[in-house]
Design a protein around this ligand. Structure first.
Ligand code: 4AD
Ligand code: MG
Length: 474
């Protein structure tokens, strides 16, 4: 349908052509002489209006009530001008074929339902306008991401999903267990020593990996190993966090884009983050017009103007110290009081970007070292690190990044200070031993980007199958 109706002419250039449309019935309007069937194939928001009367082959399907919302159909017909106001063309049906019937119990009907309800129907929600549009914009953002980095000479690196390292040191990892039937290993003497689960399975993972293994929280450390060989690289893959936060901005499984720049400092990092964000936002504004108009009308009024500003305006930059001062001076009552050294809460982040800077993205730099990860480069003041967080309205923190500590001695001191096991970072320290180089990178939470670009207010509605506390059915 996008091929037929998506161009400038909205399908008028197709008049008199014979076409076949395959898709799912959205609505059916039976009138005295003709029946209108709206068919959608997911390629765009627009439906193909198919007009069928008693002369068309397959009209009996309409009469017998077999064509209900959700049914899959194959419609052959000719393109004719439409009398309706909503479209320029429609399909005069020669032949209607019912491919798959839809039971009347289909929960996806024309009537409006809540997003909560649709979350409980994750297998069917892509058939609604909203979730179809979100899926297409998500796809476009992902394409634009690869395009941006590859056009700028970055090499895509696959970072592992299973790892023994905890990049963020926050202990929010999911543990990997390897359950195998105990009978299979009965002959192995080691197996008898491993406790069995209720259903006779044994957890083989410690033996398998020879140490506890986890789902990765970030691909950064792996990206660093390649950046210190190939120069600029990026990862784009799923990451996992076992934070039990039931918020509209956290998922247990989310995708992260993590560029890593060699021979680069925090300024280069911020410039890259800004250029990347502006590029992908511009890309969806230019390439997903119909879906963006839909979000602008139904999800967040004014989102197109808001995003156009992001593309055109430069982002605000301020240090953490200045941000704290700004918060202390504001008249706003915060739930969490602010003082130098505290982590900024989402209410603070939202105040800064939404109120203090009127909706402009804000990059906060130079955070206290005590609230940031071990790998960030210590500033000359000895108290702060070369970190940056990029905040945007509604979402808060979209990007977290830093210049990395490239000095071996400083890094070792930092690991000791945080009581992290230096031995387990032997490979990471090697990167500083052999040809170290100033480097910097960041991580962007892809679902938060989808939230930002579509106006969807709950992150669970930006990924096809959200993983969050209580949600992992299929
Ligand atoms: O700030 P974070 O924790 O930074 C890192 O993981 C670094 N290793 C990245 C790097 O420098 N390569 O996470 C980065 C971003 C956040 O800004 C946020 O957008 C997203 O990842 N994020 C989440 N998104 C959804 N659900 C969660 N639970 C998230 N946790 C972080
Ligand atoms: Mg962060």
């Amino acid at each position: 349908i996008v091929d037929i109706k998506g161009g400038e002419s909205e399908g008028v250039d197709r008049l008199d052509q014979t076409l076949t449309v395959k898709g799912w019935v959205r609505t059916l309007r039976i009138q005295s002489s003709v029946t209108f069937i709206e068919v959608n194939d997911g390629s765009c928001l627009s439906n193909m209006q198919c007009v069928i009367d008693s002369d068309s082959e397959g009209y009996d399907l309409v009469e017998s009530g077999s064509i209900a919302t959700g049914a899959s159909v194959c419609v052959h017909g000719v393109v004719v001008p439409s009398q309706g106001k909503k479209q320029k063309i429609e399909l005069k049906v020669h032949k209607l074929v019912l491919v798959g019937k839809s039971d009347p119990s289909n929960p996806i009907q024309k009537k409006k339902v809540t997003r909560e309800f649709l979350r409980s129907k994750a297998h069917l929600r892509a058939r609604t306008n909203t979730f179809g549009a979100v899926a297409r914009v998500r796809h476009a953002l992902s394409y634009a991401t690869h395009k941006f980095f590859q056009e700028n000479g970055f090499v895509w690196i696959a970072s592992p999903i299973i790892t023994a390292a905890d990049c963020e040191g926050a202990g929010e990892q999911f543990c990997v267990t390897t359950l195998i039937p105990s009978s299979k290993e009965a002959s192995d003497s080691k197996a008898s020593a491993i406790p069995k689960t209720e259903n006779g399975l044994i957890d083989w993972s410690q033996d398998f990996f020879e140490k506890p293994a986890f789902l990765t929280v970030s691909g950064q450390l792996n990206a660093e190993t390649y950046a210190t060989a190939l120069s600029d690289v990026y990862t784009f893959g799923p990451t996992f966090r076992a934070e039990n936060s039931n918020t509209s901005r956290h998922l247990a499984e989310f995708w992260m884009i993590e560029p890593e720049l060699a021979f680069a400092d925090l300024n280069d990092d911020m410039a890259c983050a800004t250029a990347y964000l502006q590029y992908v936002v511009k890309y969806v504004l230019e390439n997903c017009k119909e879906d963006m108009d839909f979000f602008n009308t139904w999800i967040e009024k004014g989102i197109i103007d808001r995003l156009s500003d992001v593309v055109e305006k430069s982002f605000v930059r301020l240090t953490y110290t200045d941000a704290v001062e700004l918060l202390l001076k504001s008249k706003k009552k915060f739930e969490f009081p602010v003082k130098w050294g505290c982590d900024l809460q989402s209410e603070h982040e939202r105040y800064i970007t939404e109120e203090a800077f009127n909706g402009c993205p804000v990059i906060i730099t130079d955070y206290p070292k005590d609230i940031k990860a071990f790998y960030m480069r210590l500033n000359d003041d000895g108290k702060t690190v070369a970190a940056m967080d990029l905040l945007v309205p509604r979402v808060g923190e979209l990007i977290g990044g830093s210049q990395r500590e490239e000095r071996l001695d400083y890094l070792e001191i930092r690991l000791d200070e945080l009581n992290l096991n230096k031995e387990s970072f032997w490979w990471y320290l090697d990167l500083r031993r052999y040809g170290t180089v100033p480097h910097a990178g960041f991580g962007l939470g892809f679902e938060r980007l989808v939230q930002f670009a579509t106006g969807m207010d709950n992150i669970r509605d930006t990924i096809p199958f959200p993983r969050a506390p209580g949600s992992a059915e299929f």
